[in-house]
Design a protein around this ligand. Sequence first.
Ligand SMILES: C[S@@+](CC[C@H](N)C(=O)[O-])C[C@H]1O[C@@H](n2cnc3c(N)ncnc32)[C@H](O)[C@@H]1O
Length: 388
Amino acid sequence: MNLRTLLEAINDRNIVSGLTHDIYRYPARFSPVFARAAIELFTAPGDTVFDPFMGGSTTLVEALALGRHAIGTDINQLSVFLARVKTLLLSDPEIDMLRVWADNMVPDLSPRKPVVRHTVWQDMGYQDNLPWRFRKLAEQALNNAQILLEGGVLLAARCVVLKTVQWAVDCKKALPTASEFRTKIVADADAVADGLRALRQQVEALGARRPTVEAHYCAADAIGRIRSSVLRRRPPKLVVTSPPYAGVHVLYHRWQVLGRRETAAPYWITESNDGRGASFYTFCDRRRQDHDEKYFARLLACFTAVREVVRDDCVIAQLVGFAQPSEQLPLYLDAMRDAGFADFDFRRFGHRPAEAVFWRAVPNRKWYTRIRDDIKQSKEVLLLHRAR
Ligand SMILES: C[S@@+](CC[C@H](N)C(=O)[O-])C[C@H]1O[C@@H](n2cnc3c(N)ncnc32)[C@H](O)[C@@H]1O
């Protein structure tokens, strides 16, 4: 593994797939190929990899599959749920139960049949704007899972329902029929089962002791206050991450139904709590006059806390996007320096590659950026730092 492989990986154009990666389309995910390349380049098996903004837990899954211990934090409970499911190591009989559950319950899914309503979640507004037939089909599937399954298999079944309802409603112009939903939920159960099996087999093939994975519901700037055996025993050698992007609106906590209506249904399906506005998950509302001041203050607080828990030779590899790169990138680099991270020393690789190869064009992003810097506003940059 060399630096060129990492730089090529940031431009990986394949759809996110493999292992448990495509269990859920978490917004602004980075490519597993990028996470894998960084982990292989900067760590050895048994080291610890940390993602303070773990999102869809791409870093955690790749670290586990490569025999590295992993720790992640996120303030989105949905992210923590996904990390738990995507790093489950289920046995073959457990995985088979997931498929059997889907096959057996599907004939009973019907919008015409009565259902025991999830009134607590309904009363809290978590089902608002979800078209009634998908709400009902999901309630039927979840009720069935709760009766028949437990533990990791129940979590995986919840994830199957999450995946299918996301497919049915999120950003769709036309909604599928109940019959299409039934076909898809069986296919999704297979996909989740295949992903979980592939992950377990890969971890088994490592032979050595299983790595530890910790996913914490916690703000990155509070990482020093959590109890973590991974941090205590093996402080991180590498951080692979992607913080909220400066001035860029990403909807982490809602699905968009038929245009602009939004639903918080993912939290109901995963029994998680939300109750916060979009800006909670993006450091700061991008429309505020003082956006940059607040954004960079939060960034500095988070990376200062990260610096306190990582090794003195820790490397930080991050993919970052900006609404206004020419103004915000220098501020970003200042914040990293103030937090205790120095520019990466490329001499160990012979020379520093040309600036341009650190940038990647972002395909098909559903971003609502302020269009000021039209050259780079749809680009992300790879930033490499080391602790100092
Ligand atoms: C760009 S996403 C990360 C995507 C991830 N790299 C992936 O591949 O799925 C940024 C994440 O940071 C989280 N976040 C925002 N503020 C945070 C904070 N103060 N501490 C921890 N996580 C935070 C958001 O909830 C979101 O999940």
